[in-house]
Design a protein around this ligand. Structure first.
Ligand code: ZN
Ligand code: ZN
Length: 384
């Protein structure tokens, strides 16, 4: 799958410390002495794997000793290498994260490397937090101290060549002349014929084919679509071949949806698309179309596991979990924060007090009672 060096390739030549991936340098960097070590990843096109031979257990292609940790609170699993530690679960904020019995599973094929450093991500997060004026201060304080972790989120990408045989109906429109009674301007009734549209339906069968190479699915559904859409897009042109150096010091989300479950979902996406194609196929020769039955054969179905970089943090406030995401590639922030009723009320009262003060100043310095002008004018308007 990739070229790997010796297993000790992660230790620093100067001090022996374990090196981690540095987004700033796009190289391995020693967190203790700052030494850099470039690594090279073969530039071939990523592979796609036959869906029928997908391993579900340990996959040697991870390339470095991996371990799996599991959050006791929410059940999320992260694949880690080396001594990477997890202080808080990035999905729910719980500190109850322990080494679990699970295996790392299918290794990723390609990824977008982190471009943003953890320091930059924290700065983005803090400025987002400053903008949450109506969040309760306890939440803001807790969030500011919170731990933000770089996690590669897993995505399944499926490739499919679909051949669908369909049964349906094709409809041809024609006009019939029907007698109708019309009343003219003088109130007299007379018989006339008027054209009316009819459709003649005939059974039809056919075959449509299509190739799909980007059936992307989230590896798990722990984060809402709304939250995720706030940090998009990722530039898939930046995908590189997976190499264990990229994940050193970061976590990888272990997909909750396994490769076969994901494939079932992807097939549904294909089927919906094929039904549209079958309809369009009938409409090439007819005015109306109905697809009654569609049987799709998925030939050459293949998969890849992709990793996309995300800095994440989560906290519980009054039994609800709030997430904040910082895209590890483009730096966009998307988050949720509770709203304090008191803070909103205070803001409203302050605004009202300010307006009242302004009004008082106007009356005092211009000597005009604007209330009288406004309402007096309105009354005079009504009287006149
Ligand atoms: Zn070092
Ligand atoms: Zn958790």
């Amino acid at each position: 799958m990739y070229e790997t060096e010796k297993t000790n390739s992660f230790s620093c030549a100067s001090c022996g410390g374990r090196m981690i991936f540095s987004p700033e340098d796009q190289q391995l960097k020693c967190p203790y002495c700052g030494a850099l070590k470039p690594f090279h990843v073969a530039r071939e096109t990523p592979n796609e794997y036959d869906i029928h031979f997908a391993p579900l257990e340990e996959d040697a292609a991870w390339g470095d000793a991996t371990r799996v940790v599991r959050c006791d609170a929410c059940g999320a699993e992260l694949v880690l290498t080396g001594e990477t530690s997890v202080k808080e679960c990035p999905f729910c904020g719980s500190p109850r994260v322990q080494d679990g019995p699970g295996k790392a599973g299918i290794a990723p094929e390609s990824l977008i490397a982190f471009q943003l450093t953890p320091k930059q991500a924290k700065a983005r997060f803090r400025s987002w937090l400053r903008g949450r004026l109506f969040a309760p201060s306890a939440f803001r304080k807790k969030a500011a101290q919170g731990h933000i972790m770089g996690v590669y989120l897993s995505h399944w990408n499926y490739i499919d060549h679909a051949v669908s045989a369909y049964h349906g109906k094709e409809g041809r429109r024609y006009d019939v002349q029907l007698p109708v009674t019309v009343t003219d301007r003088d109130g007299k009734q007379r018989q006339e014929t008027q054209p009316q549209k009819r459709t003649r339906w005939e059974p039809v069968t056919g075959t449509v084919t299509a190739d799909f190479d980007d059936l992307m699915l989230d590896g798990s559904e722990r984060l809402s679509e709304k939250l995720l859409s706030g940090v998009l897009p990722y530039h898939l042109s930046r995908l590189v071949r997976y190499s264990p150096e990229y994940i050193a010091g970061f976590g990888c989300e272990k997909p909750e949806v396994n490769v076969h479950e994901g494939w079932t979902k992807a097939q549904n996406m294909v089927d919906r698309r094929m039904a549209v194609l079958a309809r369009e196929d009938i409409l090439q020769r007819a005015d109306e179309a109905q697809v009654l039955r569609l049987e799709t054969e998925h030939t050459g179905a293949r998969y890849q596991l992709l990793l996309l970089p995300m800095y994440m943090t989560a906290y519980t406030h009054r039994k609800r979990v709030y997430h904040v995401l910082v895209n590890g590639e483009n730096g966009k922030v998307s988050g949720e924060a509770p709203v304090s009723v008191w803070r909103v009320l205070t803001a409203v009262l302050l605004t009202l007090a300010f307006l009242a003060g302004l009004y008082w100043l106007l009356v005092r310095y211009t000597g005009t009672n604007y209330m009288m002008v406004l309402f007096g004018g309105a009354m005079r308007g009504r009287a006149g």
